[in-house]
Design a protein around this ligand. Structure first.
Ligand SMILES: [Zn+2]
Length: 263
């Protein structure tokens, strides 16, 4: 069984445009689905993925409502677990978190670059408190982002600072921080958070990946792709080149995710 903990899609009407725009700002990144939820479903069939966690992102305060309505709609599809999102600087961010919970969503995605906040900024404290009360899971985009330049808002040191206030399950995407392997090993490995393996293929050196898993523990690693930007086949190529036991692979490919999502 395989659970992909990191995928993206958009409402049908805007999917094509959204992919083209995101690809363009990231220097012409290739994409491997149509960007729609149907695109995810067909790629899952093609690549033998049983379940996908779809990470939606509100990129401004007016988008929160429609993003979360879309998340709730696709959450009904078999094989899809959809996360909501808030725009942390929105006046009604706390209310929207409650609405996310009432829509039956299990978590949210926060993207500190798109949403222009530092994860360790004090203004996040009440938001983190509310998330903990509601028992939601949070996936942070972590590390650098090809569409943006420094300073980045969720580097390993920022996340380490924020962990002091965080009392909910948290996932740092892209092996704990895209392009920050050494800092992840030094600052985050062994701490109480999950890493997903998304967008690691051809980015994450094998020797760093091995060190991260060894120091962090296989019980806190989640398989993810970052579809449509990478495929399960690509990410499996990296993971399967590491020397882990069958039961360790099971943990990364689905068992840890099932536990985290209460499945
Ligand atoms: Zn992503």
């Amino acid at each position: 069984m395989v659970i992909d903990f990191h995928t993206h899609c958009f409402p049908d009407k805007i999917a094509d445009k959204a992919l083209q725009k995101l690809s363009h700002v990231s220097g012409g990144m290739e994409y491997y689905t149509t960007g729609t939820v149907d695109g995810i479903i067909s790629s899952m069939k093609r690549e033998n993925v049983d379940m996908s966690v779809v990470l939606n992102i509100a990129t401004n305060e007016h988008q929160q409502g429609s993003v979360n309505d879309f998340a709730a709609e696709i959450n009904k599809i078999e094989g899809v677990v959809s996360f909501g999102s808030i725009y942390p600087k929105a006046e009604n961010a706390l209310y929207e978190l409650e609405r996310i919970k009432s829509l039956g969503l299990k978590g949210i995605k926060l993207h500190p670059e798109y949403q222009e906040f530092f994860v360790d900024d004090h203004f996040m404290k009440p938001i983190y408190k509310k998330i903990a009360e509601l028992g939601l899971v949070v996936v942070f985009h972590a590390g650098i982002d090809y569409g943006y330049s420094a300073p980045y808002h969720c580097m390993p040191q920022n996340l380490l600072n924020a962990l002091k206030w965080i009392e909910f399950p948290v996932v740092a995407a892209h092996w704990g921080g895209a392009g920050c392997g050494e800092q992840v090993i030094e600052l985050l490995c062994g701490k109480d958070l999950y890493f997903d393996t998304s967008f690691g293929y051809a980015q994450m050196p094998k020797v760093i990946a091995e060190k991260i898993i060894e120091k962090h523990g296989v019980d806190k690693m989640l398989f993810g792709t970052d579809s449509p930007w990478h495929t399960a086949t690509m990410e499996k190529r990296l993971l399967n080149s590491l020397t882990l036991t069958d039961s360790e692979y099971d943990q990364i490919y689905f068992k840890n995710a099932m536990k985290l999502l209460n499945l």
